[in-house]
Design a binder for this molecule. Structure first.
Ligand SMILES: Cc1cc2nc3c(=O)[nH]c(=O)nc-3n(C[C@H](O)[C@H](O)[C@H](O)COP(=O)(O)O)c2cc1C
Length: 245
């Protein structure tokens, strides 16, 4: 192992932050690190809205399902998949932009995720903590309006950043044998391996919550997947110009 791998493997989401400020220079540096991520066909299809306004922060916290840290974190960033500036690039060359392809939605969303993860690692390497906030997609239309997002953009997730005021344990991940297959997708051993992993997750939750949360990974996932997953997203994305074809 080396220091980078150590850092990556010590990630845990932080949901409580100290008052120690994060400077704009730091944020800019983390964003530059984000921009250094690979980007599909050089499209650079991620824009970030840094939300400083206290009222907007309160609204975002509420829309994200009353997640207080969205309001309280020193820094809150909204990562947006952005094909809007590509229209501008086409206009600059009197070219008609063919938009709305599912492929473009995928590449812009992937770009955002890679960008954001670089931001996260950069911040963590400087001793900060982060948590992603997918909860903003609960009210993706209100978020887009509040941030005045143009067409061909959508808010993928938010991210809280700040200095940690908690020290949670690292959450155990699935065994490598479940996620890394050789030559073909062979899941023969997966049920057995996941049952073992379930014990580790149950223990993790028990320890973390002082015995209050007693749940395995497969239990958590099977509970979650019995509920609809933000069914408004398809029509919302289509209304922004994505997923037309
Ligand atoms: C795209 C994305 C969205 C997430 N949304 C939320 C969220 O809205 N609220 C939250 O508390 N955590 C959120 N998380 C954090 C996950 O719950 C967390 O990463 C996962 O449980 C693993 O825990 P760890 O990050 O501590 O290792 C999100 C993570 C990702 C990658």
């Amino acid at each position: 192992m080396n220091n980078v791998i150590d850092l990556l493997k010590s990630h845990r989401s932080i949901r409580k932050f100290t008052d120690q400020p994060v400077t704009q220079e730091q944020v800019n540096l983390f964003v530059e690190a984000g921009q250094a991520a690979a980007t599909s066909s050089f499209i650079q299809a991620c824009s970030i809205v840094q939300v400083n306004d206290a009222e907007k922060r309160s609204s975002l916290a509420e829309w994200a399902g009353n997640q207080a840290y969205v309001k309280e974190a020193p820094v809150f960033l909204v990562f947006c998949a952005d094909m809007n500036r590509h229209k501008l690039a086409c206009d600059m060359h009197d070219a008609e932009m063919l938009s709305g392809f599912t492929e473009q939605f995928i590449t812009a969303t992937v770009d955002c995720a890679l960008f954001a993860q670089n931001v996260a690692i950069a911040a963590e390497s400087e001793g900060l903590g982060i948590v992603y906030i997918g909860g903003i997609r609960n009210k993706t239309d209100l978020v887009s309006d509040a941030l005045e997002l143009p067409e061909l953009t959508y808010p993928v997730f938010g991210m809280c950043l700040g200095y940690p005021d908690q020290d949670p344990e690292v959450k155990p991940r699935l065994p490598v044998s479940v996620v890394l297959k050789q030559d073909s997708y062979n899941a023969d051993q997966d049920a057995e391996t996941i049952a073992e992993y379930d014990k580790a997750v149950r223990e993790y939750y028990r320890t973390r919550t002082g015995g209050q949360k007693d749940m395995s990974w497969s239990e958590q996932i099977s509970g979650m997947l019995q509920k609809e997953a933000r069914p408004h997203m398809l029509s919302f994305l289509q209304s922004r110009g994505f997923l037309q074809k």
